[in-house]
Design a protein around this ligand. Sequence first.
Ligand code: SAM
Length: 283
Amino acid sequence: MALRARSVIWRRAGRRAEVLGNADDVVRDTGWVFNNVTGEEASLPLFVAQGDEEVQRWFDLMGLTRSDDQQRTLLEIGSGIGRMTAAFTRRYGHVIATDIDPGFLERCRETVSRHGNVARLETAVVDGGRSLLVGDQQADLVFSYITLQHCTPEVALELVRESVRVVRPGGTLALNLRTWSRADLLLWPAGRVAHIIWRFAPRFAERSRLLTRLGWQANRLGPAEVYRHFSTLATGSARVYQPTKRRRTFEMPHGVPVHRLADLHPSHYFIVIDDVRAASTPR
Ligand SMILES: C[S@@+](CC[C@H](N)C(=O)[O-])C[C@H]1O[C@@H](n2cnc3c(N)ncnc32)[C@H](O)[C@@H]1O
């Protein structure tokens, strides 16, 4: 499926975010885009509270919190409507929220105005889904959650390259991705069918949550593959967090340590790389 067609799935969800009156309506109508909760029981405050809780949990468990965060810049790839971004603006002096869809970024600004510190927020579109419209070496920490799995493998790896470009020398990348699990025996072929329907009948497909959820699954990249790609671009000290529910430990090159995280989706993982230095950056 062509990149353009694949990004159409997100752009259509984003357009709904643009058309709907406010971020509360977006959560009620398209909450499924983010956490599969919709209807009257969904609200922006609850959505943000869930984001706050996840930021606290993942950042504590992975040791990402620092005492000088108020002086640091976090760049988020795939902010959506700001579920986690609001928490980031309370923790970091400067936050750059990026997303493929400008409609989501507009709602992200609204979410942060209501639940975070909007004076600390900058937003930037991800051009063509692969180029961050942000200068080099702008961020101390590049973070991405439940986003890179929705890109083709080439685009996800391109966004790893972009992360290396925008992180300051000595900074950190913390990227969440998805790899193969048993459920993919069914999910993966179903996703291929959904992509075909999205390609030829997008108006029909966009009315179906199931087709959208299946259609946006675009890659399964293992941590070793991501780390090997990173190693062609930069040096850094890496560690991987895999779900406790996954029995087999990921095999990583160069003795990269693998830790276990409870509550992580069984097919997700984080790769965290500290002290990142692009190949061309002097020490
Ligand atoms: C499931 S949402 C996650 C949003 C947010 N990280 C969260 O946890 O609530 C995935 C987001 O990734 C964005 N996205 C998809 N492909 C992208 C790409 N190539 N570049 C940047 N953002 C992308 C979508 O527009 C959407 O906002």
